[in-house]
Design a binder for this molecule. Structure first.
Ligand code: PLP
Length: 392
């Protein structure tokens, strides 16, 4: 596909390999293995002398179509699809790191990522140091002789802290480290970490890429040599956290509408954030698209807009926050995000309940904090739904 085409065009026309039936919509190849013409061909496929599909744990045409489409949107040489966002992170670290290596990660990470680094990788003698997402110097200062990788997500969950990708990429390059960015919140529609100097992009395709709350999926993107020779593909092919053809097809079709969805999520979120900011019962608001956000200027440079996630602290602590949740009739009480339907969570008692009160206080996850993943409903209807609990 020629690269002078615009992203919204590429999202529709990349990764199309029509079968003999000339279908217009992409075919779904639900098959675990592929048939060879002869014993000699089977041998050539297995040895790698002849390219082609062998077994769906390795490659599958529907999964390949999804990988090609997402790679072109992120501006990546290669994409490896995985069964979930977490298995994308696992494949990345299992491929690139060995026992004795060290990771430096943002303190503001998705909860399961913190668990993976702290509790699982530690068992295999891979240690992680957590540093402030927004303090570039603390990343530099934490580098040890065995540090191999920087890991961050920006904006972060739930406080929407923005990390300086270009500045951290420069430090990573100087120290010969990989910079890995989880681009879940922005998607390539709003932010392209590889263009800013990151080596690897991670996706939870479960979120905006599917965008309709249907299936789990993930992806690792970057240069061919890092992903293929770096051992990431080897880990996937051997250990098997592969994306299913069915899920790949669902997400492939999700990518077709990614741009219009993400732009609308972001526009709705900004409107809702502005309304919340002026509400008398809202103490603080966290949204990178508002001028009151501490990294507003940085966000403006590296993201096209603020994205779909808004967090806000209500007066009256947990009781008041729960009242807002329990007074909704439209917004779903669920922890997923990136769905067409708006979702609302109380981080302190759900996604961040397993960390101590002190750690929560240090991280700024107060008892009055609420996170809304703004959907595609009318903003006016969302305001009415939130106003009911806020007014009490
Ligand atoms: C959801 C999420 C993940 C994990 O993805 P799954 O598909 O649930 O495994 C990783 N990072 C971020 C930022 C997420 O929101």
């Amino acid at each position: 596909m020629s690269d002078h085409l615009q992203p919204e065009t590429l999202a529709l026309h990349t990764g199309i390999h029509r079968s003999q039936f000339n279908e217009h919509s992409e075919a779904m190849y639900l098959t675990s293995s592929f048939v060879f013409d002869s014993a000699a061909q089977a041998a050539a496929r297995f040895s790698g002398d002849e390219p082609g599909n062998i077994y769906s744990r390795f490659t599958n045409p529907t999964v390949t179509a999804f990988e090609e489409r997402l790679a072109v949107l992120e501006g990546a040489e290669t994409c490896i699809a995985t069964s979930s966002g977490m298995s994308a992170i696992l494949a990345c670290v299992m491929g690139l790191l060995s026992a004795g290596d060290h990771i430096i990660a943002s303190r503001s990470l998705f909860g399961a990522t913190v668990n993976l680094f702290n509790n699982i990788l530690k068992k295999f003698n891979i240690e992680t140091t957590f540093v402030a997402a927004t303090d570039v110097h603390s990343w530099q200062a934490a580098i040890q002789t065995n540090t191999k990788l920087f890991f961050l997500e920006t904006p972060s969950n739930p406080l929407t802290e923005v990390s300086d990708i270009s500045a951290l990429a420069e430090i990573a390059k100087k120290s010969n480290l990989w910079l890995v960015v989880d681009n879940c919140f922005c998607t390539p529609v709003l932010q392209k970490p590889l263009e800013l100097g990151a080596d690897i992009v991670i996706h939870s395709a479960t979120k905006y890429l599917d965008g309709q709350g249907r299936v789990l999926g993930g992806a690792v993107l970057g240069k061919r040599d890092v992903l293929m020779e770096g051992g990431i593909y080897g880990f996937l092919r051997t250990a098997g956290p592969t994306l299913s053809a069915f899920n790949a097809w669902v997400i492939l079709k999700g990518l077709e509408t990614l741009k219009i969805r993400v732009e609308t999520h972001s526009r709705n979120a900004l409107q809702l954030a502005q309304w919340l900011e002026s509400h008398p019962n809202v103490l603080r608001i966290f949204y990178p698209g508002l001028m009151s956000h501490p990294q507003y200027e940085l966000a403006k440079q590296q993201q096209k807009s603020g994205g779909g996630i808004v967090s806000f602290e209500v007066k009256g602590g947990k009781e008041a926050a729960w009242r807002v949740i329990d007074s909704t009739r439209l917004i779903s009480i669920t922890a997923n995000l990136g769905d067409t339907k708006s979702t609302l969570t109380h981080p302190a008692t759900t996604t961040h309940a397993r960390i101590s009160q002190e750690a929560r206080d240090a991280a700024g996850i107060s008892d009055g904090l609420l996170r809304i993943a703004v959907g595609l409903e009318s903003v006016q209807d969302l305001q009415t739904d939130l106003a009911r609990g806020l007014a009490l």
